[in-house]
Design a protein around this ligand. Structure first.
Ligand code: HEM
Length: 405
């Protein structure tokens, strides 16, 4: 079994064999203390993850949601509403959720299509290259700009900073690698990252009116909302969106490209046009870009013959639940019309279920539609490079060829 605390366990891709073994033999698995942090429990079965996610009173988000320990001071400085429990959680979610609702996001379909059409056209013209840079990175980045309401000219910079937050354990994304160098100077910053400082400055500029945001973007909506967020809450929310709203969708699109380029018959099936409504969710299930989120036990819990003690960290490995054969027939195989796809990639079942899921799904669907229209075949030229992280399943590069009809 690979050590789940070790980011190097994930550099060849997700260690699915380890998760399969844990689901079968150690469904409540303990990992010892690591790099100055306390040990943690892992839940890897779909049913256990769902049950824990549905029970925030027992499995709390209000002591941190990352694997690393936080002091109370760090927690308070860095938390967003994602790191709170009901009913406090809903008080903030209520302010922002309207902007992410399915019908509101559906209004963006024209913009998504226009961008995707152009991005795919350029990729087809280029023919051979990195599928992440050509397609997967582009659309979420451009849409992040539209959704937030920030200038297009700032997007490359914002995405670079978002990558540095999410990829804070990968030397390709940051010089301040979390488990390699002393990050105590950034303990109060999002993801303990210097990029958090820069993003705070950008958010400050928005708050002070020095950086314009559009009237139809989410940031304006949050700034104007009744009971609007205070300064620190706004800055942390901004960092959350820059981080969460970008890489996750990029890596879902990248996983779709990878699976399609590996299997010509699968791309032919997508091109038949029969599966656009369901294929995206299947690729998101197989991608599971956020591998886990953490909870903290608020009481002793007996489970699978062991006791989780009050205060213990418990990791919900969505990536593992998403390949649990108890729930998914042929779990490692893409089945484009998988009936009742009960995947957990968006944290389904819990109060924190992803706000961006309708946007991510829309982007996936439109990319698949545009690829189907504009390309005849995809060819995998080499295996992808994966992000060094036990938190995010990141595809850093994906050499492919796109063949025009
Ligand atoms: C395929 C793409 C995505 C995946 C797999 C994903 C995954 C998740 C997961 C698993 C959670 C729950 C976290 C928890 O239980 O603590 C979550 C929450 C969240 N996501 Fe996403 N996400 C995606 C895209 C997005 C996008 C595009 C946005 C914004 C533009 C976004 C914004 C958020 C926010 C704000 C939350 C916190 C919600 C809350 O705490 O109530 N996500 N996401």
């Amino acid at each position: 079994m690979r050590n789940l605390a070790d980011h190097d366990s994930f550099t060849d891709g997700v260690p699915h064999a380890t998760f399969a073994q844990m689901r079968a033999e150690a469904p409540l698995h303990w990992t010892e203390a690591f790099a100055g942090n306390k040990g943690f429990w892992s839940l890897t079965r779909h049913a256990d993850i769902l049950a824990a996610n549905r029970d925030p009173a027992t499995f709390s988000s209000a002591q941190g949601i990352r694997i690393e320990d936080q002091t109370r001071e760090e927690y308070l400085a860095r938390r967003t509403f994602q790191e709170t429990d009901p009913p406090e959680h809903f008080a903030t979610r209520r302010i922002v959720q309207g902007a992410f609702a399915k019908p509101v996001i559906a209004r963006f379909e024209g913009v998504v299509r226009e961008l995707a059409r152009d991005i795919v056209a350029r990729a087809v013209a280029q023919g051979t290259g990195d599928g992440v840079a050509m397609i997967a990175k582009e659309l979420p980045m451009k849409m992040l700009g539209r959704i937030l309401g920030v200038p297009d000219a700032d997007l490359d910079w914002l995405v670079e900073k978002g990558d540095a937050l999410i990829g804070n354990t990968d030397p390709d994304f940051t010089d301040t690698v979390l488990d390699k160098v002393d990050t105590s100077a950034y303990a109060m910053m999002p993801f303990r990252s210097p990029a958090g400082v820069e993003l705070y400055d950008y958010a400050d500029a928005i708050l002070d009116g020095a950086k314009p945001v559009t009237d139809d973007g989410i940031l304006r909506c949050v700034l104007d909302a009744e009971g609007a967020l205070d300064r620190l809450a706004f800055k942390n929310f901004f960092c959350l969106l820059v981080a969460a709203g970008n890489d996750t969708t990029r890596y879902s699109i990248a996983m779709a490209l990878y699976l399609l380029a590996r299997d010509p018959a699968l791309f032919d099936a997508v091109r038949s046009g029969q599966y656009f409504d369901t294929a995206g969710d299947e690729f998101i299930r197989l991608a599971s870009p956020t591998l886990h989120f953490r909870r903290t036990a608020t009481r002793d819990i007996d489970l699978h013959g062991q006791t989780i003690r009050e205060g213990d960290k418990v990791l919900l490995w969505f990536v593992s639940g998403n390949r649990d054969a108890e729930v998914f027939d042929q779990p490692d195989t893409p089945i484009l019309d998988r009936p009742s796809n009960r995947n957990l990639a968006f944290g389904q079942g819990g109060p924190h279920v992803c706000l961006g899921m309708w946007l991510a799904r829309l982007e996936l669907r439109v990319v698949l539609e545009e690829l189907s229209r504009q390309a005849k075949a995809l060819t995998l030229l080499d295996e992808p490079a994966w992000t060094r992280s036990n938190f995010i399943c990141g595809v850093k590069s994906l050499p492919i060829r796109i063949t025009a009809p």
